[in-house]
Write a protein that binds this ligand. Sequence first.
Ligand SMILES: [Zn+2]
Ligand SMILES: [Zn+2]
Length: 173
Amino acid sequence: MFIHVRDLELKPAHFDVELPPGTIEFLDPKLKQAAPLHASGQAELVMGSLGEIRVKGQVQVRLQADCDRCLEPAEFPVDSSFELYYRPVEEGYGEEKTLDAGEAEMGFYEGDGLELNDVLREFVLLALPMQKLCNENCKGICPVCGQNRNQNECRCQTTAGDDRWAALKELRK
Ligand SMILES: [Zn+2]
Ligand SMILES: [Zn+2]
């Protein structure tokens, strides 16, 4: 769905979309939209601005990405509300107008408006955890033999006197 600025000058645009898995594509080929994405909300012009668009709503989707520790594919549910702002590139908003800290995420658009799918992609990326783990207890890959330690408990780390192992045991208590 394309959000036209001209339409917004008349009234806010409401959306309620269900995108089949794979509709949203990411730069990172390992990141995939693994389930239907449902999004609803509205886009409107910010009062008194020069064509600034606010898009807010709710998104539910599951993404698939590789676990940062064991590198196996894992799913990450996103279910959250969002609010993003977009300014036109050419309207003279420039460097002199810096963003306040803590201000909602700000993007830019060119031309007639915005593609809703681009907005949703951006939000979903922001909603992903910084550290993507298949499980918070994921044991990761053994640095010695390279095995996935969730699948195979190798013996590399069991040498007596290995401090890192002791520290880990301490953490688990
Ligand atoms: Zn993992
Ligand atoms: Zn090992």
